[in-house]
Design a protein around this ligand. Structure first.
Ligand code: ATP
Ligand code: MG
Length: 137
């Protein structure tokens, strides 16, 4: 059983679709391990996305991720990392498959509604970034 970190990004919170995102993961059979709403500073967003430091969109990404509240959650299930990525769809909502969260709720390649850990290694960095051991139940 795997755990993965999911974020409802600022655009999803502004669009009032956090409940729909949570419901989708429940419907797909995942178990909710942890959940909180918070607002990152630009510096904190930069630390979270530090692997993208050299990418041309890094500054824009950090501005966006600190532009409003987000909802961080941890979901658990068989193959959770890959399955959550499939449910989210392609990074660019215009290229995402019908029915995926980014197709449904994303606006563009930057404002794409959700984040999901892309590997066990990423999940091991991202889950403790938001949650202490006591909060993971
Ligand atoms: P995430 O890591 O958020 O789950 P991802 O793994 O599909 O998304 P990454 O390549 O890791 O995509 O990019 C991280 C985030 O950076 C994207 O989700 C998006 O918000 C932003 N991003 C990616 N490419 C671009 C781009 N070309 N222009 C603007 N923002 C981008
Ligand atoms: Mg990624």
């Amino acid at each position: 059983v795997e755990r993965t970190l999911v974020l409802a990004k600022p655009d999803a919170v502004r669009k009032n679709v956090v409940g729909k995102i949570i419901a989708r993961f429940e419907d797909e059979g995942f178990k909710l391990v942890a959940l909180k709403k918070l607002k990152l500073t630009k510096e904190q967003a930069g630390q979270f996305y530090i692997v993208h430091k050299e990418r041309p969109f890094y500054d824009e990404l950090c501005e966006f991720m600190s532009s409003g509240p987000i909802v961080a959650m941890v979901w658990e299930g068989e193959n959770a990392i890959a399955r959550v990525r499939a449910i989210m769809g392609a990074t660019d909502p215009a290229k995402a498959e019908e029915g995926t969260l980014r197709k449904l709720y994303g606006s563009n390649v930057g404002e794409n509604a959700v984040h999901g850990s892309d590997s066990v290694e990423s999940a091991n960095y991202e889950i403790p970034f938001f949650f202490s051991g006591l909060e993971l139940i």
